[in-house]
Design a protein around this ligand. Structure first.
Ligand code: ASP
Ligand code: MG
Length: 404
């Protein structure tokens, strides 16, 4: 017995039949003697459809009005789910973000939760013994206006509620069975993980493994919320996300991920003197361009090369900015390559296992794949490769670490 927050994503509540299925999962949890708060996303593609509707009327609608509109998707799924639970004869109430006390800052369309005033939810749970259904993705700002948390924000709503209510568990129900060692749609032999650490999950999410909203994992780590990712379609345990995972002792890494949203810039023939790197990266920083992997070559004839990666969408802007400072930076030319991919392995187990990098590089060598750049952190090793090598690289690395 305990307090459980259960979050259901858009696919899980897409139609009447699936909503009834979700209602059953909630009811089963409640009948086992738990108190249940369920957080729902909008049904299927509702949010996208609402955005389309807005565009027909006004392509430049204010963010305030967009939030007013988009928040309705979650109200529909939540009220319908409550109605499904009513048919089962259980006490239930659905609440919007503001009714549930979700207070945010005023950044419409990307609001941050500041505080959750839990009194209303608490009284529904304690005094009425009700199941409480809360709209994900939304809150209210100090002006009393509706805000939304950014696309995919319902995960964050759920974790924030779990933290505020000091829930025993926060279950994120989705359309996959958990977190995998690699994308199961593309990698043969990808396995579901029983457990993963918050830090590993954050790394994987930043590398494009889009199972959980990044902010929800950060929040779960900060408030030590017990998280579980599982499927609403299969009645099976999912993946537990926690501070320390036992799994680490058996495997050196938790997963292999790829990120195609990268491009490499190389400043060729830069003068080899102090202050150049400082200048280059300050310029990019001032223009909000995030740099990822950086490599500086050894100097020769008083010049050197500095290569680095940025998001593909930033590469043209980065080039333009640097070209604009060619005379003060004094480089020969800029080389741009947009056909690259970053492939990474992530694992807290790397910390106490020497040779993980060698294993990864060995797998790439055996597959005859050339590495352009390498970067490492405590729990991650990334390599920059030609985009054409993506699938074979991920498979080769995955086979090496997880193959029989
Ligand atoms: N309905 C919102 C979206 O589609 C929030 C969510 O699903 O988490 O982005
Ligand atoms: Mg979603």
């Amino acid at each position: 017995m305990g307090l459980i927050v259960q979050k259901f994503g858009g696919t899980s509540v897409a139609n009447a039949e699936r909503l009834r299925n979700v209602a059953r999962i909630i009811a089963d949890t409640y009948r086992k003697g738990n108190r249940v708060v369920a957080v729902l996303s909008a049904q299927g593609d509702t949010t996208d459809e609402l955005i389309e509707k807005a565009k027909e009327i006004n392509p430049n609608a204010s963010k305030r009005e967009m939030d007013m509109l988009l928040s309705t998707g979650e109200q529909i799924s939540c009220s319908l789910c409550a109605m499904a639970i009513e048919t089962m004869g259980l006490p239930v109430v659905s609440l919007t973000g503001w009714q549930a006390g979700v207070q945010t800052n005023s950044s419409y369309s990307s609001a941050r939760i500041k505080k959750i005033q839990v009194e209303r939810i608490q009284s529904e749970l304690d005094r009425s013994n009700s199941i409480v259904i809360v709209t994900g993705f939304q809150g209210i700002n100090k002006f009393g206006d509706i805000t939304t948390l950014g696309r995919g924000g319902s995960d964050t709503s759920a974790v924030a509620l779990a933290a505020a209510l000091k829930a025993d568990l926060c279950q994120i129900y989705t359309d996959v069975e958990g977190i995998y060692t690699a994308d199961p749609r593309h990698v043969k032999g990808a396995k579901k993980l029983d457990e993963i650490t918050f830090d590993e999950m954050l790394e994987l999410a930043s590398l494009g493994a889009q199972v959980l909203h990044n902010r929800s994992v950060e929040m779960a780590k900060k408030y030590r919320v017990n998280l579980e990712v599982l499927s609403s379609f299969a009645n099976k345990p999912g993946t537990k996300v926690k501070e320390v995972a036992k799994q680490m002792e058996k495997t050196q890494i938790s997963g292999v991920a790829k990120d195609k949203n990268v491009a490499r810039l190389a400043l060729v023939g830069v003068e080899d003197r102090p202050g150049i790197a400082y200048k280059v990266f300050s310029l990019l920083g001032q223009n909000d361009i995030n740099v990822d992997i950086i490599l500086q070559s050894i100097g020769r004839n008083d010049t050197q090369d500095i290569s680095f990666t940025v998001k593909r969408s930033d590469v043209d802007k980065a080039k333009e900015i640097l070209e604009g400072h060619k005379s003060s930076l004094r480089f020969e030319h800029i080389d741009v390559n947009k056909n690259m991919v970053k492939v990474s392995i992530v694992g807290a187990g790397m910390l106490d296992n020497a040779g993980v990098a060698a294993t990864m590089f060995g797998a790439l060598y055996d597959a005859d794949i050339n590495i352009h750049m390498i970067s490492t952190s405590e729990i991650k090793i990334s390599v920059l490769l030609d985009e054409a090598d993506t699938d074979s690289a991920v498979q080769a690395i995955h086979d090496r670490f997880f193959g029989e």
